[in-house]
Design a protein around this ligand. Structure first.
Ligand code: GAP
Length: 435
């Protein structure tokens, strides 16, 4: 298992993740995704969308606005209940979440019991809508994408003619003014969620709760996380969110210990009922077959895209010894590797240039390909290993002078095979499946 420092250092060095606003000294716990990081995160989101929405008949996707009517947050209970207990150290004036410190000792100054009484701190970011900052113009950055789904429940149901049970999913940014963000991209104030609200009959909710727990765990294994680093943990009554009847986390064993990747909530009829009451619009469902009307229950698998990226990076990271040298390698599954094949002409010699360019052009429409003709071939292999590229393709003088073949190198075994230029695409597809 790598240390978090090793992950932070590699991701910066290779262009996955940078400190936000770095030229100004950074903004605490804010991170920017670089060229490789955004590719990796996009793959995670695409795989979620594909598996959760595209492949299923019973789930639709939406993309709702980040800014929502302030009444949404009153109805959802976020204005009154989306709080963490905050304490302040009287000595150093740092602020902490009371439930994350031991025996009321200040974690920084280490002084004993020198903390203020705790008060409830609302995690929503507040701003004002319109040019004049006045009472009544307050608006919030959404702290979860879920509410955009609840307020569109009826729109989606009627426009797609869906019947219960069915779900609505979306991916998007959420914002929380966390008291103690940290652990790199694990807990930040701006992050991306992948959430799905599954509307079902109240007496089927427990069954669906189990179903979505298993579905989610399988999905994490499918994108490459090790099964023995995943566990399920049911929430105790006092840690359940204000909207949940039951909640369970899928956790990953990060370098600092177990941490939540996803929560699966049974939100009961909390949200649709509250929005019906507050808006005056009836959000109940009429079942034609039983002639019964009811407010559906909601089972919600809610995961973080950024946390998933961090878990993937930690899981894939290896340091190995090869012929007395150290190599660092990210053993990504090929489906999520930012680069799938690197095209590496052995030298910059112009004899190799035309063939190399042609091969690169023909591959990049089908694969995520990268061209690199700088430095020694050994250094380039190491670089590609470090960014998790499954296949390196080398063009040498034999390619153009004698055999019309290139070399394909497998990232994990480092085995090399010689293949005809005409067969490259087939061979690459075959090799990608072998990981
Ligand atoms: N709609 C339900 C909901 O938002 P949550 O457990 O608060 O539930 C769901 O959040 C997921 O969003 C978490 O499991 C986590 O992966 C991600 N998440 C929550 N807060 C986060 C933060 N401050 N930074 C990064 N990811 C976060």
């Amino acid at each position: 298992m790598p240390t978090l420092d090793q992950i932070v250092s590699l991701t910066k060095r290779r262009g996955f993740i940078f400190q936000g606003s770095e030229v100004y000294g950074g903004l605490r716990s804010v991170w920017d995704f670089g060229p490789l990081g955004i590719e990796l995160k996009r793959r995670v989101k695409e795989m979620w969308w594909h598996h959760m929405i595209q492949e299923r008949e019973d789930i639709e996707g939406i993309d709702s606005a980040i800014l929502m009517h302030p009444s949404v947050w009153e109805a959802s209970g976020h204005i009154s209940g989306f709080t963490d207990p905050l304490v302040e150290c009287k000595a150093c004036h740092n602020r902490f979440r009371e439930d994350q410190i031991e025996e009321r000792n200040c974690p920084l100054s280490k002084s004993e019991c020198d903390l203020t009484e705790s008060k409830q701190f609302n995690l929503m970011f507040q701003t004002h809508m319109g040019p004049v900052k006045k009472e009544g113009s307050e608006i919030y950055l959404r702290p979860e994408t879920a509410q955009g789904i609840f307020v569109n429940f009826e729109n989606v149901m009627t426009s797609t003619r869906k019947k219960i049970p069915f779900g609505i999913g979306q991916i998007g940014k959420s914002f929380r003014n966390e008291i103690t963000p940290g652990n790199f991209i694990f807990r930040t104030r701006e992050f991306e969620q992948m959430e799905m609200e599954f509307f079902c009959e109240p007496d089927k909710a427990d069954e669906w709760f189990e179903y979505w727990i298993n579905f989610s765990k399988e999905w994490f294994i499918n994108i490459g996380l090790s099964e023995d680093k995943l566990r399920k943990r049911a929430h105790t009554d006092d840690e359940k969110p204000h909207y949940a009847k039951a909640a369970l986390d899928i956790e990953y064993n990060f370098p600092w210990g177990w941490g939540e990747l996803e929560t699966i909530n049974n939100r009961s009829d909390h949200d649709l009922k509250s929005h019906s009451e507050k808006s005056g619009k009836d959000l109940s469902y009429f079942d034609e077959s039983t002639k019964e009307r009811y407010i559906p229950y909601v089972i919600e698998p809610a995961m973080g895209a950024d946390r998933t990226v961090l878990a993937i990076l930690c899981d894939a990271y290896r340091e190995e010894e090869v012929d007395g040298d150290k190599r660092t390698v990210l053993r990504f599954k090929p489906q999520i590797s930012p680069v799938q094949v690197a095209i590496l002409p052995l030298s910059k010699n112009e004899k190799l240039a035309e063939t190399s360019e042609e091969i690169y052009k023909s591959l990049k429409s089908e694969f995520r390909a990268q061209f690199d003709n700088t430095q020694s071939i050994g250094k380039r292999y190491r670089r590609q290993d470090e960014i998790g590229t499954p296949i390196c393709l080398t063009i040498d003088f034999d390619t153009v002078e004698t055999d019309n073949c290139v070399t394909l190198r497998h990232r994990d075994t480092m085995d090399q095979i010689r293949v005809k230029i005409d067969d490259i695409k087939n061979e690459i597809s075959k090799m990608l499946k072998s990981f």
